[in-house]
Design a protein around this ligand. Sequence first.
Ligand code: NAD
Ligand code: MG
Length: 389
Amino acid sequence: MRRISILGATGSIGQNTIDLIRRDRDAYDVVALTGARNVAQLAHDAKDLKADVAVTCHPELLDDLRDALAGSGVEAAAGDAAICEAAARPADWIMSAIVGAAGLPPGLEALKHGTTLALANKESLVTAGPLLLATAAAHGATIMPVDSEHSAVFQGLIGEDINAVERIIITASGGAFRNWPLDKLKTATLTEASTHPNWDMGQRITIDSASMFNKALELIETKEFFGVRPDQIEAVVHPESMIHALVGFNDGALMAHVGPPDMRHAIGFALHWPERKPLPVERLDLAKIGQFTFRAPDLARYPALGLAAEVMEMGGLSGAAFNAAKEQALDGFIAGQIGFLDMAEVVERVLAKMSADQGLQNAQITLDNVADTDKAARRLASDLMQEMG
Ligand code: NAD
Ligand code: MG
């Protein structure tokens, strides 16, 4: 039996992972499940899957979690440190599906124990890519990409020489506002931004898809994970969300990964790698789909893409500052404090200020430095939002 843990088990990726595990439950020994506020879901899944331990990141919810698990034999724990302890429990495969920078410390902890880390938490590559890869290498751990685009690139590279790669093209749906007139974007509401045309995902990544901050994170993620130069990475708008990414080789060939917009493909691929096993995803009927379309992303509509290019050039701790400012700005938008387009403005100003003042570019990427940069960027973003609001 394979021992597995799921960090962020109650979220969209976590629940899709559990769906796959449940279909073949005798094959897995579930070690730890973690969540946040949805203690009822966490307890339900932990009991159902007979996990050893369930952990919420909120210490004030420990009693609720204990009550929900009473008599089940599943251990309850709470707090950020308990999540890291859960990630350190021996397991063969760990899903990293916490949303945001909070996913970094437990992901690193898991890698220190030589496990295979299925990485949905793109923020850990954006904030601390070199640290994550070095930790995996030092401990003989494996990182498997779970973001659909990066899983697609990974699959396009099987049996290939990375030196023969000319470019990597990441597709983008264009999000909720891809057909809106530009001047209307200013007034976009939270409800409007929280609906994705193709994918069913958590609220934060859905809003990040509308602003293309998600694509911005993914471009940086591509650079960090595959080690290619920024000028080799492109984004193209592909409204159908069926081609997830393409790899272009030095002989002009483009290898495209085609599949339905269902995260269970990328999760299942990472779960079964290096084998392929049947997965419960739709089989595409290409004749019925008829056509795939593409267009260049409009940088005026999606300023996040321009910011990603800056971060890729800067390197160092700029990804940590970018991500933290983005998370804070997103909180501000969700809370109604700032407008939709203000998010990019906040991030741009934080990046400009921090790269001028603090030499983000040359700093060493340690967990402490990342945490300090994260804190400073959030503070700056809050101050800016107060000025703007
Ligand atoms: P979600 O909001 O649905 O779920 C997030 C999970 O993290 C939940 O289990 C929640 O309890 C937990 N969590 C939230 N804050 C936490 C904290 N501070 N500490 C510990 N746990 C916390 O998010 P999601 O859509 O499942 O996305 C998870 C990650 O996967 C993100 O990094 C996202 O970018 C990435 N991703 C998601 C999708 C998708 O289809 N949803 C696709 C590709 C990549
Ligand atoms: Mg993606």
